[in-house]
Design a binder for this molecule. Sequence first.
Ligand code: R1P
Ligand code: URA
Length: 292
Amino acid sequence: MKKYFPSSELIINEDGSVFHLHLKPEMLADKVILVGDPGRVALVASHFENKECEVESREFKTITGTYKGKRITVVSTGIGCDNIDIVVNELDALANIDFGTREEKENFRQLELVRIGTCGGLQPNTPVGTFVCSQKSMGFDGLLNFYAGRNAVCDLPFERAFLNHMGWSGNMCAPAPYVIDADKELIDRIAREDMVRGVTIAAGGFFGPQGRELRIPLADPKQNEKIESFEYKGFKITNFEMESSALAGLSRLMGHKAMTVCMVIANRLIKEANTGYKNTINTLISTVLDRI
Ligand code: R1P
Ligand code: URA
């Protein structure tokens, strides 16, 4: 029996496009680049030889085009794992649900999803300007806990070792962090030897959850110190951003290939930041476009 999705679960607009992204199935390429900032979509698409469509809805801006003969879709997600839930589910629906019959398609279509983002570096080997590939992501966001199969795809001993190291209980570990691997083949293809492979915390905020203290004191003043000193089976936490865990987790559960690579724009150890990164992230964009 094929699975059927009523209109309350999969909302399709009157023009046949999916609810938030406003894309129609034929507009989606197999290779997808995700960026947080809608302004970064035009920067990625400026490398394309041709553009076949351009769609904008809320923070979700999409362009599909061709780069060196490869059909690629670039889409902005805005900030946060809650938006990743929307984007990845709608991309998967565009690829794997028949919008006419509202049934799951016979043959699975696998997408290749690469997020190009910015992040904060946490280790001496992640100064401003470093490209960090998230070999593992730790979600502080809790999103994956709502999907069946979470325990089967997550690194449970890593999760326990982290909570133990932090000494967090009660509110500080609710929801419990989940740890998920990126697609190995994709990481090897994109990271090669010139990018740092790390463990990324996808935080549920930019300030407190990443240990930034402005006027309100932190619940755990030693949070970042402990995160920086954590080590498990040779892995250290390298960087903070806000989307990689949900992207890796949902993609794994759905059967897609996914990874995140971010340019470090703030180093939390030596307390420096680069606000002019919009000019330099283009090098990361062209490298990913060549390797995807
Ligand atoms: C915070 O400033 C935003 O920047 C990072 C974080 O993940 C968060 O989305 O990524 P992007 O530059 O892709 O948005
Ligand atoms: N994005 C983040 O989420 N954190 C940083 O420190 C920089 C960019």
